[in-house]
Design a protein around this ligand. Sequence first.
Ligand SMILES: O=C(O)CCC(=O)C(=O)O
Ligand SMILES: [Fe+2]
Length: 217
Amino acid sequence: MRTPDLTSPTLLTTIIDQLSEHHYCVIDQFLAEPIVAELHALAQARRHAGLTRQAGTGKSATTNANLRGDQIDWLEPEDTHPALQQYFALMADLQQQINRALMLGLDSYETHFAIYPPGTGYSTHIDQFIQHRVAAAPGARTLTAIIYLNQNWPEAAGGALRLYLDTHEALPAQEARHLDIAPLGGRLVLFLSARFWHQVLPASQDRLSVTGWFKTR
Ligand SMILES: O=C(O)CCC(=O)C(=O)O
Ligand SMILES: [Fe+2]
């Protein structure tokens, strides 16, 4: 199984340059197909074992399927599954490299599988809790990291991540300047959690990802 080599100067330089210039980056084929397939199979197996639950929104984690329709399954770094071990090791490496280059002070990582059944999405939001939206709030989500697990995803299936590129004080309109990012297997999306409004558009088939947040102390 091959995982990306973060000691490769080109990959790391691309990530760092894109993050410092644009505050987000999209890296295709970040994860190789075998590990994407393993994580996909694991997410489905855990779903069938009843480990996923309806995701909530906000600190109280109120569930409202109109706002957010995914099923989530939180992952623990102690989990001995080889694909998860590889994933956690990779994200720890990424955290260290990004800290070294950008001094973001990333300190911990929380992550879950997310499964959006057909027709569901996640309405426009920001990943930082309102209570944390002051500089250097302790425990704030600082960098969002999403890896998609959908191999052979047809464009017609929808399910893009819509990232609103400008800062907006309040909820941006759907047609505000944005980038639509298809949830292609192996693709990594990183963005500063407090900076971007974003939403998940509904898809016509199950849409799987492993999503996480690097937090500051
Ligand atoms: O899956 C995605 O593309 C984004 C998910 C998301 O915005 C979230 O979980 O906060
Ligand atoms: Fe989000």
